[in-house]
Ligand binder design. Sequence first.
Ligand code: NCN
Ligand code: DMD
Length: 343
Amino acid sequence: MSEYWNIRPVSKERTAQIQHRIDTKTKPLGALGRMEEIALQLALIQGQDKITITQPTMLVFAADHGIAQQGISIAPSAVTRQMVLNFLSGGAAVNCFCRCHDMALQVVDAGMLEPLEDARLIQQRLGAGTQDFSVRAAMSLQQVNAGLKLGAELAHKLAEQGCNLLACGEMGIGNTSSASALLAALYQLPVEPCVGRGTGIDDRQLQRKIALITAAISRLDLPLPPQTLLAELGGFEIVQITGAMLGAAEAGIAILVDGFIVTAAALLACQLAPACRDYMIFAHGSAEAAHGRMLNALDAQPLLDLGLRLGEGTGAALALPLLRAACCFYNDMASFADAGVTV
Ligand SMILES: O=C(O)c1ccc[n+]([C@@H]2O[C@H](COP(=O)([O-])O)[C@@H](O)[C@H]2O)c1
Ligand SMILES: Cc1cc2nc[nH]c2cc1C
């Protein structure tokens, strides 16, 4: 299926030239640390003399999860819809950070329990919430393929409109269970270290969450292909985020990856098309326990470590100024020759 995604690996041909430009700026070698890595990655992705962030966009995908009926979150599924209304009226954390950092925000119904009539909401419903994956497949392969396509089409549309940085966020009560299950199943890891407290569940709920994910994984004959893992254990928002990342990479634009759930989608996107990894910048390390394992699997070092565990895309929105600053120094900072500085 990876050949289905038309993703060009980012050419590394100009690496030495770009690194030389960074190294000859008025600073000790390497002194801008991780900012230098971001500039190099953006310069390789964009392939232009000047690097820019244009029309950065946050897509928040919302969906409901059958597993949420099992009491593995602090909140009921009804909160997914309530928070979507909050996003639409501009009152959630991700709205504040996007406004603060001049980032466009769009909300997608990827499959909440009930439809919501609102012209501002992008309607891409794959169903009315997933099935409870502890007892049966969360969705069908047809739903997975439809969701990947819808996510990818949205990313292509944004890129055509001039967006060159896509961030994805999510809202879905129960979706840390899905993300943990995907991590454990993909790498055939013991379940317990892949599971955390999500919205902040207590010890009893955590044990239940571990047992339910263990039951789900014991239904499966691993290893399984990524689409099948998504069908068995995924969520409608996770599937569409995976598709959106693949679409962004096809369009050749940078992807800013948020926390635990979005990183699970990133893992699946890289399984479906490894070249997708070249386009990904990791915004932050989530306080959700197993996020570090996902980041290690992707060989990724996140930019921020703020103890966030909210999702919505908040970490990605917070990291955007660092990307803009990387463009500024790469484009505008004087070289030793320009400034007559001799070291
Ligand atoms: O992105 C993260 O790192 C993250 C970590 C913990 C929780 N969340 C958010 O919390 C919700 C899922 O938590 P839970 O406990 O319901 O599985 C979902 O709406 C996510 O946006 C998000
Ligand atoms: C209130 C609330 C807000 C959220 N935002 C993302 N996930 C969330 C989960 C809850 C419970």
